[in-house]
Design a protein around this ligand. Structure first.
Ligand SMILES: *Cc1c(COP(=O)(O)O)cnc(C)c1O
Length: 405
């Protein structure tokens, strides 16, 4: 609870608790920097610049001898509250908020690599992450090798070459492939690579990659962290050395900054995140089990099901299967679309991790940008749907799915 934004002068402060707080308490309390008004809730500092009491104070602030906010592209009190709160929940030394999940993904990698460097990544991922690794970075002379599955020999072979970064999306969007974070991290560290986890699908509630050997965690805060469909945002978490020496110099000058307003929405969202994610997780498990019993469904991809190829690994590194289910229909595209159109509660939408249950057809929406062979490699066919389970009563969601089937 002791962490406060830079330059913060405590007002009416009471002594700090003497014990280590639970993440759920950090989610409510940590980072809170009350102004002199003593407001209960976190204040929104909607400003781009800051003033100094003298030219000397400005100079010492820029020299980093005085703790003082400098400019909105670098930091802001409301953004700082969000960053410190999320870092405490995640168990990371530092956090940097960004304007979107993709700017977090891009910056977390780009700050580490130069022309000629090599990346190893898990093969199944969100389409924009794929485009960054396989289309944008190669233009700058940075190559990526993709590895499928969880075979340690296959990963060891890929990681026998000099590698700067290992990027894993686990579980993956939309097929919920699970990668063993500890196994890959140990192999990656032997060649000195930094392991970055896209932890969007699990959320900070259900998976803490740093505890399993990863170095850096990134989020699309647009998903479960906001979780109510309002703002676009991202976050990068890691050691003080990574954030201060690698990430900050890159971010400060390239400018993927988070808006203070969005940070204010997010700092309040963190207060309810664990309750929301736990409820979604319980409902998703029920729905996944129900879908598995249905003849209309060819296969259900959900890390909380024993039938999932990554079940054993997910039991080891996750506290639940998550809120997203991959569904493969027994029919073709027509039957799959007919099912989507027959739903009466669940919305058709390409977002996920929202309080509203949402369903999408990745082949024609989120992953349409990928070539058919790449989609096929990831298991995305015309009859695959991604269901993001929300906060509605599970009985209504089950009934909606049953009547649509
Ligand atoms: C949505 C998503 C992103 C990108 O986040 P934005 O906030 O939309 O930029 C990255 N990775 C995964 C796994 C996602 O689901």
């Amino acid at each position: 609870m002791s962490k406060r934004p830079w330059g913060y002068q405590p007002q009416n402060q009471r002594p700090e608790p003497s014990w280590e707080l639970h993440p759920d308490t950090h989610a409510i309390r940590t980072g809170l920097a009350r102004s002199g008004f003593g407001e209960t809730s976190e204040a929104l500092y909607l400003n781009s610049g800051f003033t100094y009491s003298s030219a000397e104070q400005a100079e010492s602030s820029f020299a980093e001898e005085t703790d003082h906010f400098l400019y909105g592209r670098f930091a802001n009190p409301t953004i700082s509250m969000f960053e410190q709160r999320l870092a405490a929940i995640e168990g990371a030394e530092l956090c940097v908020g960004t304007g979107s999940g993709m700017s977090a993904m891009f910056a977390s990698i780009a700050c580490l690599v130069k022309a000629g460097d090599h990346i190893v990544a898990s093969a199944s991922m969100f389409s924009s992450c794929y485009v960054v690794l396989m289309e944008i970075l190669p233009k700058w002379g940075i190559t990526t090798e993709l590895v499928k599955g969880n075979d340690p020999d296959v990963w060891a072979k890929a990681l026998s070459k000099p590698t700067k970064v290992v990027f894993l999306e686990t579980p993956s969007n939309p097929m919920l492939d699970v990668v063993d974070i500890r196994m890959v991290s140990e192999l990656a560290h032997k060649v000195g690579a930094t392991v970055i986890i896209d932890n969007v699908m699990a959320s900070p509630v259900l998976q803490k990659p740093l505890e399993h050997g990863a170095d850096v965690v990134m989020y699309s805060a647009t998903k479960h962290i906001d979780g109510q469909g309002r703002v676009l945002a991202g976050a990068i978490l890691g050691s003080a050395a990574y954030i201060k020496e690698q990430l900050n110099p890159f971010i400060r000058h390239t400018g993927p900054s988070l808006s203070p307003f969005n940070a204010w929405v997010l700092v309040k969202s963190l207060e309810t995140m664990s309750m929301r994610v736990e409820r979604m997780n319980t409902s998703a498990q029920l729905i996944a089990e129900f879908l598995e019993t249905r003849p209309e469904i060819k296969s259900v991809r959900y890390p909380g099901l024993k039938s999932h190829p990554g079940y054993a690994v997910s039991q080891k590194q996750m506290d639940g299967g998550g809120s997203t289910i991959g569904i493969e229909f027994a029919g073709k595209r027509a039957e799959t679309f007919a099912f989507m159109n027959a739903l009466r509660v669940i919305d058709i939408s390409n977002n996920l991790g929202d309080s509203k249950s949402l369903i999408t057809h990745p082949a024609s929406s989120t992953h349409r940008r990928l070539a058919p062979e790449v989609q096929a490699e990831m298991g995305i066919t015309e009859s695959v749907l991604r269901l993001s389970v929300g906060l509605e009563h599970p009985a209504d969601l089950l009934r909606d799915i049953e009547q649509a089937l």
